[in-house]
Design a protein around this ligand. Structure first.
Ligand code: NDP
Ligand code: BG6
Length: 513
C-alpha cells in the first residue's frame, strides 16, 4: 500500500489532454471549418491566435478539413502572411522536436485576404475565396474579431450578410473590451444582435481558458475537504490578485481610455470571482454554469468609493536603470488620471457569503508578475495550540492558494509540529506544483477557447446577461472616479503598489498574501 501511495505521486502524463474532435457520420465527415482572423496584421493575432491555431493543428485537434484566412487592410500576399506568422509559431508541445514539417503543412492552409472592415465588396470577395477552399463540403465559419472595438459592428454586419455560412454554422469570437460601461456595452450587444443570435457570439475572456481557473470548479465541487468549507462559516476572506512587472508597453493609447479596472478587474478578476463564489450549478452544461454566475454577480453589493484604492506608476531610477512613469508613454495624456493599479473590497449579499470580504488587486509595473486566488480560513475555535502563535493568530489560520500563473500550483498552508522533542509549531505547505506533477506543457488559454468555439462549447464564454451584471457592478464606481477626478496614488515602477491598498485591506482585517 505504501508503494501504491508513493506511485500515485509520480508525474501524470497527458492529464489535461482533451479528446480530438470526433468526426463521425457521413455528414460530419464532409464538414469543413473556415477560420477567419479579422485584424490578422495585429499584435494579438501574431502573438496568440495563430500560435494557438498551430498548436491545435499540431496536436490534431483541428478537424480534418479546415482553412485559415487572415483578413486586414494591410496589403499582404498569402506568402507574406505565412512569413509573418511563422515568426511566432513555436514547437510548444515539445521543444526538442523539430516540427518544421508540420509547420509548413499548417502554413500551406493559411491564406490572406486584404479588405476594408466595413466593405461589402471585400467580404463578398472573401466569401468567394472561402467557397473555393470549402470545395463543396458543409461549410462552417468562425470569425475571430481581433480588431479595435470601434470596428466590431462593421465587421459583424459585413461578415454576417456577405460571408456567413449558407448551410453550416457561423460563429463570431469577440475580443474585449465589450464596451466601457453599462450603456456602451448594452449598445454593443444591441448592435451585434442585429446581425447575430446570442448563441453565435463568443465573448472571450482568456482568463477563463487558463488551466487553474478551469480547475477551480473541480477543486471546489469534487473534493470533500473543500466543498463543505466554501462559505462564510469557514472562509474569512478571499483575495484575487493580478500583478504584472511591466508597464503598458506600447498599449498606452488603448489603456489610457480604459484603465486597470476595465482592463482586468471588470472581466478577468470578476469572472474568477463569479466562478469561485457561485452556487453549485445544476450540471456542467454551459447555461447552468452561466446562470449561477449571473446570480452571484447580481448579488454583489454596490461598490463604494471608500472601498476602492487607485494608483498610477511613476518613474524612478534604481541601480543605474531608469524606469518610466505611465505618463512618459507618448500616447498617454501628460495629466492622465487613468489608474494602472486598483484594489477593491467586494461583498456578496447572499446567505453563503454574507460579510466575507473579497479583495481584488490588479496592477501594472509592480514588483512581480503573478495571478493568484488566496483563500484565508477562519481560526480554529478554541485552538489548543494558539499559544504557539503568540498574538499573531493570523499565522495559525489555514490558507489555500491557487496560483494561476506563473508556475501553476495549488498549495495549502497548514500548521505542523516541527519534528523533535519540543512542541514548536510551523506553518508548512502541502504543495501541488503542476510542473512536477504534470510534466506535459499546459496549453495556452487561447488554444482551449478556440477549440471550444469550434466545437460550439459556450461554457467559457461570457453571455450577455453576465456582461450586463459585471458592468452594473463597476459602472457607478467608474463614473464617480471619473466625475470627481479622483487622483490616483503614485507608486514607483517595480514597487508593491500604493500603500492605500494596505489600509484598505486592514480596514477589513485582511493582510494581503
Ligand atoms: P491592434 O491595434 O494591433 O489592431 C489589430 C489590427 O486592426 C491592426 O493590425 C490593424 O490592421 C487594424 N487596426 C488597428 N487600428 C485600427 C483603426 N483605428 N481602424 C481600423 N483598423 C485598425 O490590436 P491588437 O491586435 O492588440 O488587439 C486586437 C483586439 O484584441 C482589440 O480589441 C484588443 O483590445 C484585444 N486584446 C488585445 C490584447 C493584446 O495583448 N494585444 C489582449 C487582450 C485583448 P490593418 O491596418 O492591417 O487593417
Ligand atoms: C489582457 C489585458 O486582457 O490581459 C492586458 O488587456 C494584460 O493589459 C493581459 O497584460 C494579461 O494576460 P496574461 O494572460 O498575460 O496574464
Amino acid at each position: 500500500p505504501l508503494q501504491d501511495s508513493l506511485a500515485a505521486e509520480e508525474p501524470v502524463e497527458n492529464q489535461n489532454k482533451v479528446l480530438p474532435i470526433s468526426i463521425s457520420g457521413p455528414e460530419k465527415k464532409e464538414a469543413t471549418v473556415s477560420i477567419t482572423v479579422v485584424g490578422a496584421s495585429g499584435d494579438l493575432a501574431k502573438k496568440k491566435i495563430f500560435p494557438a491555431l498551430f498548436a491545435l493543428y499540431y496536436e490534431d485537434f483541428l478537424p480534418e478539413h479546415f482553412t485559415i484566412f487572415g483578413y486586414a487592410r494591410s496589403k499582404l500576399t498569402d506568402e507574406e502572411l505565412r512569413d509573418m506568422i511563422s515568426m511566432t509559431l513555436t514547437c510548444r508541445i515539445d521543444q526538442r522536436e523539430n516540427c518544421s514539417d508540420k509547420m509548413e503543412r499548417f502554413l500551406q492552409r493559411c491564406f490572406y485576404h486584404s479588405g476594408q472592415y466595413g466593405s461589402e465588396e471585400s467580404f463578398q470577395e472573401l466569401d468567394k475565396r472561402l467557397k473555393e477552399k470549402e470545395a463543396g463540403r458543409l461549410p462552417n465559419r468562425l470569425f475571430y474579431l481581433s480588431v479595435p472595438p470601434n470596428i466590431f459592428v462593421d465587421v459583424v454586419r459585413c461578415a454576417s450578410r456577405y460571408a456567413s455560412s449558407p448551410t453550416g454554422w457561423t460563429r463570431v469570437i469577440v475580443e474585449k473590451p465589450f464596451g466601457r460601461d453599462s450603456e456602451s456595452s448594452r449598445e454593443l450587444t444591441r448592435c451585434l444582435k442585429q446581425y447575430l443570435a446570442e448563441d453565435q457570439i463568443f465573448r472571450i475572456d482568456h482568463y477563463l481558458g487558463k488551466e487553474l481557473v478551469e480547475n477551480l470548479s473541480v477543486l471546489r465541487f469534487s473534493n470533500l475537504v473543500f466543498e463543505p468549507l466554501w462559505s462564510r462559516q469557514y472562509i474569512r476572506n478571499v483575495q484575487l490578485i493580478f500583478s504584472e512587472d511591466f508597464g503598458t508597453e506600447g498599449r498606452g493609447g488603448y489603456f489610457d481610455s480604459y484603465g486597470i479596472i476595465r482592463d482586468i478587474m471588470q472581466n478577468h478578476l470578476l469572472q474568477i470571482l463569479a466562478l469561485f463564489a457561485m452556487e453549485t450549478p445544476v450540471s456542467l452544461d454551459a447555461e447552468d454554469i452561466r446562470n449561477e454566475k449571473v446570480k452571484v454577480l447580481r448579488s454583489m453589493r454596490n461598490l463604494e468609493l471608500d472601498d476602492v484604492v487607485v494608483g498610477q506608476y511613476k518613474g524612478h531610477t534604481k541601480g543605474g536603470t531608469t524606469y518610466p512613469s505611465y505618463t512618459d508613454d507618448p500616447t498617454v495624456k501628460k495629466n492622465s488620471l487613468t489608474p494602472t493599479f486598483a484594489a477593491a473590497a467586494i461583498f456578496i449579499d447572499n446567505a453563503r457569503w454574507d460579510g466575507v470580504p473579497f479583495l481584488m488587486k490588479a496592477g501594472k509595473a509592480l514588483h512581480t508578475r503573478r495571478a493568484e486566488i488566496r483563500v484565508q480560513f477562519r481560526h480554529v475555535p478554541g485552538n489548543l495550540y494558539k499559544c504557539n502563535f503568540g498574538s499573531d493568530l493570523d499565522k495559525a489560520t489555514n490558507e489555500l492558494v491557487i496560483r494561476v500563473q506563473p508556475d501553476e500550483a495549488i498549495y495549502l498552508k497548514i500548521n505542523n509540529k516541527v519534528p523533535g522533542l519540543g512542541m514548536r509549531l510551523d506553518c508548512s505547505t502541502l504543495n501541488l506544483l503542476y510542473s512536477s506533477r504534470y510534466p506535459s506543457e499546459i496549453p495556452d488559454a487561447y488554444e482551449r477557447l478556440l477549440l471550444d468555439a469550434i466545437e460550439g462549447e459556450r461554457r467559457l464564454f461570457i453571455r450577455s446577461d453576465e456582461l450586463e451584471a459585471a458592468w452594473s457592478l463597476f459602472t457607478p464606481l467608474l463614473k464617480e472616479l471619473e466625475s470627481k477626478k479622483i487622483a490616483p496614488e503614485l507608486y514607483p515602477f517595480g514597487s508593491r503598489g500604493p500603500v492605500g491598498a494596505h489600509y484598505l485591506a486592514a480596514k477589513h482585517n485582511v493582510r494581503w498574501g
